[in-house]
Design a protein. Structure first.
Length: 255
């Protein structure tokens, strides 16, 4: 069982030793995604293995399980990074609706048997110096486009995008790659999947916040209608209603 940073390092070394093996890259990424669900481990995995996982996602875009695990890991690593910034009193971007825009990050579904490692220092360096937000946004958008019929890729991809676009480099890539269309397509594909709809609304809210170009794109692509449709279908689901209200509020905040 991988219960120390040494084990995480070993798995990362195996990925680096066999970059052309889809199976090794796939299973290692899935394991990292699962480990990242445990409080404390997301920082250790992020500091050690995130570049390898991003490389694997780029190298094997058609491998659905790999993309699922990679998007899951990115979500938890980005969540830890955002919480670290929040606790330091830093703010990456000004947003229109910040109090309720971020989804719950509780780990009640994650494994509990592992002992928390003492992770390497997890500061801005892993992202800012290596431009990780840009790369993370790029691979997630590609995954959502290639696996548009896979609800798990869409779900975890939307969750990760909702955080990666909080930072300028991620926001820029999302705009350049027309990420709003990917999110809306995922919502179209799974209109009865409550988690996809909730995370889709959340991601849209973050993508359009204080960004006139993205806001205009979402409106032109029928985003307002899709958000309202999700809120009507899941009128008793508090998470969808909250994310939908945030999205509509940000869409209405400018031309």
């Amino acid at each position: 069982m991988c219960n120390t940073t040494g084990g995480i390092e070993l798995l990362k070394n195996i990925m680096e030793a066999f970059p052309g093996s889809e199976n090794i890259q796939k299973y290692a990424t899935i394991v990292f995604g699962i480990i990242g669900r445990v409080d404390g481990f997301e920082e250790a995995v992020g500091a050690v293995a995130l570049p390898c996982v991003l490389n694997a996602m780029s190298a094997f875009p058609a491998a659905a399980p790999l993309q699922q695990g990679g998007c899951m890991l990115l979500y938890y690593v980005l969540t830890a990074r955002q919480h670290a910034l929040d606790s330091d009193g830093n703010s990456s971007l000004g947003t229109s609706r910040t109090s309720s825009s971020r989804p719950s990050t509780s780990r009640e579904e994650g494994p509990r048997a592992l002992t928390k490692p003492k992770p390497p220092q997890f500061t801005a360096s892993i992202f800012e110096s290596e431009n990780m937000y840009k790369e993370a946004t790029k691979v997630v958008l590609v995954a959502c486009d290639v696996h548009r019929k896979d609800p798990l890729v869409i779900l975890w991809g939307s969750r990760a995008l909702g955080l990666s676009v909080e930072f300028p480099s991620g926001r820029t890539v999302c705009t350049e790659m027309n990420g709003t269309a990917s999110i809306l397509m995922g919502m179209d594909m799974f209109p009865r999947n409550v988690k996809v709809q909730q995370m889709g609304c959340h991601a849209l809210s973050r993508i359009v916040s204080n960004h006139p170009e993205n806001r205009c794109k979402v409106k032109q692509q029928g985003g307002i209608r899709k958000v309202i449709s999700a809120m009507v279908v899941f009128k008793a689901h508090a998470g969808v209603q909250q994310a939908g209200c945030d999205a509509l509020g940000n869409l209405a905040s400018g031309p």
